[in-house]
Design a protein around this ligand. Structure first.
Ligand code: NAP
Length: 301
């Protein structure tokens, strides 16, 4: 099995006879993806006789790659940067969550049909429960970012009836648009005092400082932290001991944002647990059976 396959490989695909590759992740870059080690451990544990591989596919190649995978009778596909949003229009069917989020991270190939799902939101909720022993319900949550991951996370927070949701984004207009899609979830009669239950904000420090005082959970849903030398999504001096901080970015050790939060006295975790749970949910969609979560966790660590 190669480390990374390409569209050219797919177009002259020769199925291996023993444990053929019938699942994979499409992205660009994709070399960093930890999904193969996690999913292959699960496939082996469950004796499913197939394997999961990485496919480096750029935006212009996505449609052709999905067509090849449909014809090759693959079982399942994950999508990562930059394909989650573009893939939605290429599905034969998409579930309600994928449609609401506007992005697909999991595809099931079913009788030649591509069925799209998005497991990021539920994976996030499970990660928060695992890391901090709390449910999203009743938390005051601050999400940084308004892209695909932030949209999935914000929708999950809204569906689980979080107490407050504040979205901060570099492009404030995108944060405002996201807030408008969620307005219906926050029309209830709760009285919170001087702060709004649902709000989009920019990055001015005074605004951030005021918001942090009325927040329990801060979530980084931007790629900041993926590259050495990235600025922190918000300055560590704004973090305080009452906070839980979740960085959807993951790295071998703690990310700089997580280290800064811990130094500020907060509880903090990075995105490996979300990767695990969104992957376990994808496995459950593909095979209609419980995923061996402990085996997958061990493979990741
Ligand atoms: P995306 O759709 O491209 O959105 C990126 C978001 O980050 C946008 O809101 C963008 O703001 C913001 N952003 C990008 N660069 C920035 C910068 N230099 N400064 C401030 N804001 C910046 O990407 P995505 O699919 O949401 O993924 C975001 C990250 O989430 C990924 O890099 C990945 O690390 C993480 N993620 C983790 C998991 C997991 O399982 N752990 C799952 C999904 C995603 P603008 O709108 O202003 O451009």
């Amino acid at each position: 099995m190669k480390e990374i396959y390409t569209l050219a490989d797919l177009q002259k695909w020769k199925a291996h006879t023993k444990a053929p590759i019938r699942l994979g992740v499409l992205g660009n870059p994709v070399a960093h993806s930890l999904s193969p080690q996690m999913q292959n451990a699960a496939l082996e544990k469950c004796g499913l006789g197939m394997r999961y591989a990485r496919f480096e596919i750029d935006s212009a190649e996505l449609e052709s790659a999905l067509e090849s995978l449909r014809q090759l009778d693959f079982v399942g596909i994950n999508l990562t940067i930059p394909h989650k949003i573009a893939a939605l229009a290429l599905m034969d069917e998409a579930d309600e969550t994928a449609r609401r989020v506007g992005a697909v991270n999991t595809i099931k190939v079913d009788d030649g049909k591509l069925r799209g799902f998005n497991t990021d939101g539920k994976g996030f909720a499970r990660a928060i429960r695992e890391e901090f022993s709390v449910d999203l319900r009743d938390l005051r949550i601050f999400v940084i970012g308004a892209g695909g991951a932030a949209r999935a996370i914000a929708l999950q927070c809204a569906k689980e009836n979080c107490e407050r949701l504040v979205i901060a984004n570099r492009d404030l207009e995108k944060a405002n648009q996201l807030v408008e899609t969620l307005r219906g979830f926050f029309s209830g009669p709760r009285v919170l005092g001087p702060v709004a239950r649902l709000q989009a904000i920019g990055f001015e420090e005074t605004v951030l400082r005021f918001q942090i005082g009325n927040i329990d959970l801060v979530v980084n849903a931007t790629p900041l932290g993926l590259n050495r030398g990235d600025a922190a999504p918000i300055p560590a001096r704004l973090l305080a001991p009452h906070l839980m901080v979740y960085d959807t970015v993951y790295a071998k050790g703690p990310t700089a944002f997580v280290s800064g939060a811990i130094a500020a006295g907060a509880r903090a975790a990075s995105g490996l647990s979300m990767l695990l749970h969104q992957g376990a949910l994808a496995f459950e969609i593909w095979f209609d059976r419980a995923a061996p979560v402990d085996v997958m966790r061990k493979a990741l660590l």
